[in-house]
Design a protein around this ligand. Structure first.
Ligand SMILES: Cc1ncc(C[n+]2csc(CCOP(=O)(O)OP(=O)(O)O)c2C)c(N)n1
Ligand SMILES: [Mg+2]
Length: 813
């Protein structure tokens, strides 16, 4: 399907354009005013003892006001999705305010508690934010990744009547310093990116600095090399007309040669400075001196700052002339702080209009004191014309732009793979579980999308991919197969495929999980994303992971192998801190099962958890499970002896709540071993070793330190606030341990993950884990080296529980 097949877009007739332009120019004045006032008000007019300070918005917002006017009030269609540069949030909120989608109260509390956010936020702002922004570079990249998701949804023909939207990013020029932007560009090229526009706000300023000369040339080459159409919007209509005057060509040359710093400085100083400089530089050039002389200072300043990004008719023309679906980069020259007294000053990023400057600006906008928030105050056209215009703006005409998608039925329990009496790793179990799902089919299986940054086979997704195929918009044969070369992997691609293979860029993985995980809301089609990667490389994509969670995208992240347990595979790949990431990351429930039947219970639950939206009845767990979220599974390649048992509902509940007694502590217990994940055999073995000298040893299986901790924290907080309720899961579990007993905790990860267990009822704790990494060797070598083998655990038991020496240890000497 190409854009040419799309339903025709209703465009205003050319006759209407002139009229519309006058209205659009007024709207641009209004949003610049409202945005500037919003920030000013947050700083000066608020009776706040803590002196809330707002920097970094006024100049940065003004830079995009014209572009956003052209887009939101004219060019955009409801199906288009936009990521707005973080610091243009006040302009975004002002536009929403004029559409009636944002409240005055929220604007008045801009950046305050419960007020409009400093950076557009899907989850925290009440208005119509498509993509959150804030961490520069991510907003741009997610638009291209979301476009890929749109293609995926369309290829499946689930909702053929829904028009195809453009994924649009308004990008600060300094955002292109971020490497993830280029990773996304390259991935886009590989995937045949379409329907994506990036409008670069080329104001040649970042936070600290004025950017390097000639950067636009590099940008142009990069975008073209990646298959993008590049539209450079350098001069506005006024400048183009001036270039046609006698001597005008030399003015163009002068502008082209003018260093960024000088252009910015002259812009800041205004008309008289421009005149002085031009008269000095063009001494004796009468044509050019006449060109300058025909304009007064105000006109001259307006002319010299009439760059492409501030020229409404030029912008509209440029946007509306795109008649293809290839990605387009609009390189729009702008002035940071355009229309404000801060314009062009290199220090303006955090700059604010002084109260005096604000008064002058207010008067110039025709705004009366006390009427600052009125939407149409000071407009120079009849208000009803503006209102009527706003009512027919296509973007806002459809009302709500967020979709909802029905929940997919999830089987009550996924059958655990049968280990047939053999040891099995959680990674292998994961591969088998997905393979079974692929084989069984059904509505859930149809909507699972897997993805991996070049580690599909090594993370055990191969069997799933063999059954469900790789996705591409057009068919691509698996040449090895057509040539009859034997291979375990079927690597054919077609539109029905359900695996999206990515290049090795973890940022792209998390952006894709984020975009697929918002598909129900962005494109009205529920998808269940499952992404796999090596556990240590979570850190490579951490900001994008955080970003996906912040937007409330829903996905399952399967990280494998993990820890030092991957032993001989390479010291560089060992992860230590990821269990703590799992605990700390908001919106992500982290699990680290040891056994495959636990994994089956967790994965089955995850498919449902992903789809929850707060409408379920809250469970009595202290965990806010009814709101749903994403899931992180930290898995291992270590084959482990599997317990022979059936997971009954009580055990299942305990696994999901975060832990259960593998061996309950007896009445005379004085030591408990609490373990997580792949070290289960060592924990069990250690319990056996010390049993002779320590009675009734308990073994606690912790499937999720994250959820145990979250439940405990929530329960305490609730009690402090006077709410009634039962004990948190971990409180109940640990209540069975006599108070004199000691706890040894152990996992293949940072010891702090479980060390807090001692704080629940005040048990003494010795927390074992891994604090250093990089050694290779066998698992036994490394466990011994880091003291997480059975002897290490026994030694820790002896130190934490005074008493008779553990004879096994004395035998070791
Ligand atoms: C990943 C990240 N690093 C640093 C920042 C802090 N920061 C906010 S805006 C900005 C500069 C932005 O410059 P540009 O994109 O050109 O936008 P402009 O202010 O010129 O409109 C920086 C460094 C951030 N928001 N995100
Ligand atoms: Mg900039």
């Amino acid at each position: 399907m190409t854009a040419a097949d799309d339903p025709p877009i209703a465009r205003p007739t050319p006759d209407a354009a002139g009229d519309d332009l006058a209205i659009l120019a007024e709207l641009e004045r209004r949003i610049l005013w409202l945005a500037t006032w919003t920030i000013h008000n947050a700083n000066h007019n608020r009776d706040k003892p803590d002196g809330l300070k707002v920097g970094g918005h006024q100049a940065s917002s003004a830079s995009l006001a014209t572009i956003m006017t052209a887009l939101y009030f004219r060019v955009l269609r409801p199906e288009d999705r936009v990521a707005v540069k973080p610091h243009a949030s006040p302009v975004f909120h002002a536009i929403q305010y004029l559409f009636g989608l944002q409240t005055r109260d929220k604007l008045e509390r801009f950046r305050g508690f419960g007020g409009a956010q400093s950076y557009p936020s899907r989850t925290k702002d009440g208005d119509d934010v498509d993509f959150s922004t804030g961490s520069v570079g991510l907003g741009a990249a997610i638009t291209s990744i979301a476009s890929l998701v749109q293609d995926y949804v369309r290829a499946k023909d689930w909702s053929p009547d829904r028009p195809e939207g453009r994924m649009i990013a308004l990008v600060g020029d300094a955002e292109l310093d971020e490497g993830n932007v280029f990773e996304a560009l390259l991935e886009g090229w590989k995937q045949g990116l379409r329907n994506t526009w990036w409008v670069i706000d080329y104001n040649r300023q970042s936070l600290d600095a004025v950017i390097r000369e000639g950067l636009y040339g590099r940008f142009e080459e990069v975008f073209r090399a990646m298959g993008w159409d590049v539209v450079v919007l350098k001069y506005g209509h006024l400048l183009q007309a001036a270039f046609a005057e006698p001597g005008g060509e030399r003015l163009r040359q002068w502008i082209d040669d003018c260093p960024n710093q000088l252009y910015s400085a002259l812009t800041f100083q205004g008309g008289a400075a421009w005149r002085r400089r031009l008269e000095a530089d063009f001494k004796g050039d009468n044509e050019l001196l006449d060109l300058v002389g025909r304009r007064d200072d105000v006109e001259l300043a307006r002319l010299m700052t009439n760059l492409g990004g501030h020229d409404l008719p030029g912008l509209i023309e440029a946007f509306e002339s795109i008649d293809h679906d290839r990605p387009v980069c609009f390189l729009a020259y702008t002035i940071k702080g355009y229309g404000l007294p801060l314009a062009g000053h290199k220090d303006n990023h955090a700059g604010l209009l002084t109260p005096d400057q604000m008064l002058t600006f207010r008067d110039a906008q025709g705004v009366r004191e006390g009427h600052e928030w009125e939407p149409f105050e000071g407009v120079r056209l009849p208000e009803d014309r503006l209102r009527a215009f706003l009512e027919r703006v296509p973007f806002a005409a459809a009302g709500g732009r967020r979709f909802q998608a029905a929940r997919l039925p999830v089987p009550a329990a996924l059958p655990a793979p049968d280990p047939r009496g053999k040891p099995m790793s959680t990674q292998e179990g994961f591969g088998k579980l997905l393979d079974q799902l692929a084989k069984d089919g059904g509505p859930l299986a149809e909507r699972v999308v897997t993805t991996s940054p070049d580690v599909t086979v090594s993370t055990n997704l191969g069997p799933w991919v063999n059954r469900r195929g790789l996705f591409a918009r057009s068919q691509m044969a698996d040449v090895f197969r057509t040539e009859n070369v034997a291979s375990m992997q079927k690597w054919g691609m077609d539109p029905q495929g359900q695996h999206i293979e990515l290049g090795i860029a973890e940022m792209n993985l998390f952006l894709l999980l984020g975009a697929i995980g918002l598909s129900h809301s962005l494109f009205g089609e529920r998808l269940i994303p499952v992404g796999t990667l090596y556990d240590p490389f979570i850190q490579r994509g951490l900001d994008a992971l955080n970003y996906a969670c912040y937007q409330d995208a829903r996905f399952i992240l399967v990280a494998t192998p993990s820890g030092v347990t991957l032993a001989p595979e390479g010291g560089a790949h060992q992860s230590i801190g990821t269990p703590l990431i799992g605990m700390a990351q908001d919106g992500l429930a982290a699990f680290e099962p040891a056994f495959v039947d636990e994994l089956a219970a967790i994965l089955g639950w995850s498919f449902d958890y992903l789809q929850r939206d707060g409408t379920d009845r809250p469970e009595d767990t202290w965990l806010r499970d009814e709101t749903g979220g994403s899931v992180y599974l930290r898995l291992s390649t270590r084959p482990v002896e599997q317990p022979s048992r059936t997971v009954d509902p009580a055990l299942r509940r305990a696994i999901l709540a975060g832990g259960y007694w593998l061996r309950p502590p007896g009445p005379n217990c004085d030591v408990v071993i609490a373990y997580t994940g792949a070290v289960a055999p060592e924990a069990i073995q250690a319990a056996g070793l010390i049993a002779e000298d320590r009675r009734d040893v308990g073994v606690l299986a912790v499937t999720s330190a994250d959820r145990l901790n979250a439940g405990w924290t929530a329960a305490q907080r609730a009690r402090e606030r006077g709410h009634e309720g039962g004990p948190a899961h971990v409180e109940g579990l640990l209540a069975e341990i006599p108070s004199h007993a000691g706890l040894v905790t152990v996992l293949d990860g940072h010891p702090a993950t479980l060390a807090w267990l001692g704080g629940v009822h005040g048990h003494r704790v010795r927390a074992l884990g891994v604090e250093h990494f990089g050694q290779t060797g066998t698992i036994q070598d490394l466990y011994r080296h880091y003291g997480i083998d059975a002897d290490g655990i026994a030694r820790a038991a002896q130190s934490v529980v005074p008493g008779r020496p553990i004879r096994h240890l004395s035998a070791l000497g």
